[in-house]
Write a protein that binds this ligand. Sequence first.
Ligand code: ADP
Length: 372
Amino acid sequence: MVSGTLAHDASDASAHKLRERIKELQCLYAVARIAQHPELGLEAMLTAIVRTMPQGWQFPDELQVSLIVDDTEHGKPVNAMRTMQAPILIDKEPRGLLTVSYTDGTHTDAAELFLPEEQDLIDRLAAEVASIVERHEKREQRRKMEAHLRHNDRLMLLSELTAGIAHELNTPLGNVLGYAELLKKDEGDPARREDLQRIVDSAIIGREVVKKLMYFSCEMPSQFRLMDVHELIAGALRLVQRQCDERQVQVETRFAEALPAVRLDPVQFEQVIINLVLNAITAMPVSGKLRITTRTDAGNVHIAVADNGSGIAPDVLRKIFQPFFTTKPTGEGTGLGLSVVHGIMQGHNGTITVDSAPGQGTTFHLTFPAAA
Ligand code: ADP
């Protein structure tokens, strides 16, 4: 009789164990299925995992799950007294914590509130979450890189097209300018002279645009020399002093102590700084702050031009280097400033990137390669 009960208890216990193992496996399987749907997005995947996890534990109805990844918590906050935890390790770096807990008073009578196998389960789930986050980050990285490449391809194409247009327009515009000047010289009628002057002025504006397009497509002849970047920045700032004063902009320079000389075209470099500063002034409220920082690493020279202005929305940010793209009213912006800057940086084998968000100000980062 006694032995019969024992045998019965033993088979009960093993049936219970088997049931628990099946639950754990089903839980792992459900999480693996969620991981197969990256199109849901990371947030939705993690929320779904938190929701599905309790089914793997002994007391699913009372179990609370909290999943913290970086600064975001999914699920319910933890009851610190009765918990089981596993760290989320990505590239061996702790990036979060997976916790399951029971509120006080639930199942205090249970022989084991947490089974040893459940620690194994939570470890495996934490590893699965880590791999989901890692894959998500890789996908995001790839997406950004592809967008960047597409953007560069588009700019390349634009640059070729622009070079062609600039060449085709340069000669006829030069002719218009030359012949109008000639006619004006021999013209006695003041009204006709005035008209001819208008033609000359318009042709000059046209030529300025063509010049900028040539800068954008790196078609401008350059005169490279070893130059002191700090001196050139100071010179460029003197040229925009009036505009800064008018808007009471506070200009701060943080120059690196020893900056290597850079091989560059000083006139073009000045244009880069002036364009960036004038854009910054326009984007800032009166008495905004403009900061120009320089530093060097591995011989490269980095310059950052930062403002605390309006910032740039992501859909605008994608287009700012395209020629003729402007958000300014007609007559105020040509949309050529940053395309010229981009072309000049390319002509110097340098790079230009931008960090900006609405309301957060804008920082343009320029990098010039070390002088050979
Ligand atoms: P333009 O100044 O004639 O509009 P740009 O090519 O210099 O042409 O600039 C293109 C656009 O980029 C601007 O119209 C503006 O929307 C945006 N932009 C450039 N610099 C800044 C800045 N520092 N802060 C905010 N927006 C900027």
